[in-house]
Write a protein that binds this ligand. Sequence first.
Ligand SMILES: [Zn+2]
Ligand SMILES: [Zn+2]
Length: 234
Amino acid sequence: MNVADLLLRARDELLAALVPPACAACRTALTAAHAVLCADCRAALPWLRGPRCVRCGLPLPCGEPCPAHAAAFAAAWAPLAYDGPARELVAALKFGGALPLAQLMAAQIAAGAPPALLRDVALVPVPLHPARRRSRGFDQAARIAAALARRRDLPLAPCLRRDGPATRQLGASRATRLRSGRLAIRVAGAPPRRALLVDDVHTTGATFDACARALRAAGCEHVAAVAYARALRG
Ligand SMILES: [Zn+2]
Ligand SMILES: [Zn+2]
């Protein structure tokens, strides 16, 4: 943990001590100590249950073809739909920077994930754009990945970078990138042999795909993806 992370943690702990606790999703006052969600929001969490596509993480049938049929990641999973209190929690983590939320999300991922997904992998957070990270001072995917790594005793491999405006190339390569819709993701250093990408939300899968493509091109043998919440279609 670097100095910035330590300062953020100290700030969060200080705020938690000074401000009466409120539900992270609906902001009503909490009575139970150390709770993050009120009972109503906890009961309304949109858990994904029933059979799901291993590849794209959507409830079956996922589509003809599967939206991840050409993706560079082999499997994807999330415990919750990106809806209701789960959507509020993602926003609270992203913009409120509440550390206990990253712990809660990691716990819910760890509790429900198919065992094979978390076996023999290093956790690779989906990188935040450097300008975003600077303005927010907080990288939600990195926080969830760190909490999950601690909980499951898995190695962290934060080896991906998202290129910022300063390093973005102009001209043909940029036009090609825009045409293909591909994000500028690169690998810094050696990637793990088996990677599990971690993000807060799995929307179209384009970000996971760009990350997986970069990892595979750098020699990674297996890439799967886990998110806290999965956006459903329609
Ligand atoms: Zn609530
Ligand atoms: Zn599918």
